[in-house]
Write a protein that binds this ligand. Structure first.
Ligand code: ADP
Ligand code: MG
Length: 405
């Protein structure tokens, strides 16, 4: 197939797009400002301590000083929000997905979300200021008090309007996305020609142009260990490979249907490859995807439970219509962790999709999940496509072929 030449406008567009890096130093400047606030905080704190120790601190003074500290912290929070959120939105992805400290809002950050977050943070700061005035009402002029209140109301009003508008705007974005006509994506240097033997007969996901890089952003956010495509999968390799099923799954319709996929087979037969490839297709079809190994999911859920927010974590994961759990079976789980996996599977049952890969058949999952296994596999497999892969490892086959040459 002939390569498509990039028209010059695209190059120009890329050059313009690259100028976003000019913003990067600004964010580091804000980091320096953050440092100034840290300094200010400790200076205020030190003064407060000295006053208390010296016995000069009245109750009102302490309250005002503490409010001032809260104020400084809130402004510091605002700064972090602008630094991290702004950098992620306007400069480059930071790749925090799956990080245990990833702020809840960052996974769905866009300029709308950021605006609303900023507006609410500003309302918070102005509340503290107003409170300071009220506490110190004897030293505050009526004029200042009046204007403080009016300005605070204006902040609340604008935050409410922004929040109200961000709803319809997000919905409009989704609709516009869904309404885009399917167009065959031109192949460029970045999209390799399909190999003749590859699983490509699925016209795949209706190929959409990705001018905003949304699909690309979803792929990057998914945390895939490597980019594996269905087009690169050599279907002659696994023994008795179910080509039709995998090609059908490649249309990513199972995600909208909230069905699951389980890949079972010995090491090196391409389970992770296929799981990632279906994940990429799901991203291209407009779904958000999250990839992690079973051990990583175990750690994440254990942390959430320890922090008393397991339900919140499960609910937050609903924002990803597809989760991939790779390598179930390499390590057996204790009953507590097995229970967490059961909760994950039960929570997503008929609600959202899972792709699971394992080196052992479902009938042997009691070796991994113990007593939770029957209930877990029952829910997982009820609406699932189980794809069995068999044969020798692709890795060793490649190695022995190289030796033979
Ligand atoms: P598994 O998860 O089953 O252990 P992987 O998916 O990690 O195996 O496969 C190991 C390596 O071999 C990966 O780099 C993968 O891309 C490659 N591979 C496996 N099977 C195939 C195949 N049929 N066609 C192309 N590459 C393959
Ligand atoms: Mg694997």
């Amino acid at each position: 197939m002939a390569r498509v030449q990039n028209p010059p406008t695209t190059t120009l567009g890329y050059a313009l797009f690259a100028t976003r890096w000019l913003q990067a130093p600004l964010y580091f400047g804000l980091v320096a400002a953050q440092g100034v606030y840290v300094y200010k905080f400790f200076k205020e704190l030190w003064t407060l301590i000295l006053m208390c120790v010296g016995g000069h601190a009245t109750e009102t003074y302490v309250m005002l000083a503490v409010l001032k500290l809260v104020d400084v912290v809130m402004i510091a929070n605002l700064l972090i929000m602008v630094i991290v959120g702004g950098y992620e939105t306007f400069v480059s992805r930071i790749g925090l997905q799956g990080h245990r400290d990833q702020p809840e809002w960052l996974s769905h950050v866009n300029s709308n979300v950021l605006k609303v977050k900023l507006a609410t943070a500003i309302v918070g700061i102005s509340s503290v200021h107003l409170l300071q005035m009220f506490v110190d009402v004897h030293h505050t002029s009526q004029h200042a008090l009046l204007w403080g209140t009016v300005i605070h109301m204006a902040f609340i009003f604008s935050a409410a309007i922004l929040a109200y508008m961000s709803g319809p705007m997000a919905a409009h974005g989704d609709r516009a996305h869904a309404a885009r006509p399917p167009v065959e994506r031109p192949r460029t240097e970045h999209t390799p020609e399909p190999r003749p033997e590859a699983v490509t007969d699925a016209p795949a996901v209706p190929r959409q142009p990705d001018p905003d890089g949304e699909a690309e952003a979803r792929i990057r956010a998914a945390g895939f260990p490597a980019r594996k495509l269905l087009e690169d999968f050599d279907e002659r390799h696994p023994r008795g490979f179910d080509r039709e099923t995998v090609a059908r799954l490649g249309k990513a319709e199972f995600v909208a249907a909230r069905r699951n996929v389980v890949f079972v087979g010995p090491p090196g037969t391409g389970k992770t490859h296929l799981a990632v490839a279906l994940g990429v297709r799901a991203c291209q079809a407009g779904h958000r995807v999250l990839f992690a190994t079973a051990a990583e999911w175990a750690a994440r859920l254990t942390d959430a439970r320890a922090a008393g927010r397991l339900d919140a974590e499960l609910a937050a994961l609903d924002e990803h219509p597809l989760l991939i759990v790779d390598e179930v079976g390499y390590t057996p789980f204790d009953p507590d962790t097995a229970g967490l996996f059961f909760q994950l599977v039960a929570h997503r049952y008929e609600r959202a999709s899972l792709i699971v890969t394992s080196d052992r058949p479902l009938g042997r999952w009691n070796e991994v999940f113990g007593a939770s296994a029957p209930a877990l596999t029952d829910r997982l497999a009820h609406h699932a496509e189980v794809v069995r892969l068999d044969g020798e490892s692709y890795r060793t086959r490649r190695a022995s072929a190289a030796w033979a040459d």
